[in-house]
Design a protein around this ligand. Sequence first.
Ligand code: SF4
Length: 212
Amino acid sequence: MRLPHDPTTLARFRAPSAEEPLRLLISGCLAGRPCGVNGSDYGLGARLAGLLALPTVSVAAFCPEDQALGTPRTMPDIHGGDGHDVLDGRARVIDEHGVDLTDQMIAGARAMLDAARVHRAELALLTDMSAACGSQVISAGCRLVAERRFTAGVGVATALLLRDGIPVLSQRDEKTLSRLRELIEPSHRHDPALLDYHETPWYLETFPTPVE
Ligand code: SF4
C-alpha cells in the first residue's frame, strides 16, 4: 500500500511510544548515508533528521543499490515499465552505458526486504525517482538524456516491499509525512495546505490521467 494513495491506512496505525517505537525502514540516502550513485546523500540527509531522531521512531537505513552494485556506480534506470514489471520479467534495468543491471537490482531489492524483515518494519520511507526506491515517480528509461521522461510507478525494491505488505511513502509526500509526524510526535501541528506528490501541479500536469 502506498500510504499517500490510501490515507485510511495511516489512521489505523498504532500510537508508538519510546518503549514501543515505530519501526521504520528508510532509504540510506534519506538517512544521510553517502550511498548515492555519486557517493553523496544527494543532500537529503539533513531534511528528515529531526523526525528520525525522535525517541518514538526506530530507524533501519538501507541502500539496495549500494548493496548490489557498490558506490559510486553507474545510473540504473528502468526501461519498459516500473519495478513490478521488472520483478515480473517485463522490464529491464539498464545504466547509461547500456549495461543490463536487472539481476543486481533484484538482488538489492531482496536484500532490502531482508533488512525490513529483520527490523520488523511497519513502514518504509523511501527516496522518490530512484529505480530502486521510487514510490510515486520514476524515470522512463535513462535519465541522463536531454529530455528526461517520467513514469508514474515504483522502483524495484519498493515493488518487493509492497508485495510483502509493507506500506510505503516518499520524502516528497509532504501531507502524509506531516500526518505521520503527528502520530509519532503528538505536539506536531499538521498544516492542511501540504500536498502529497501526486497532488502537486507538476505531477498532475505530467500525468493528466489518474494512475492507481
Ligand atoms: S538506491 Fe535508494 S537508498 Fe540507495 S541511493 Fe538510491 S534512493 Fe538512496
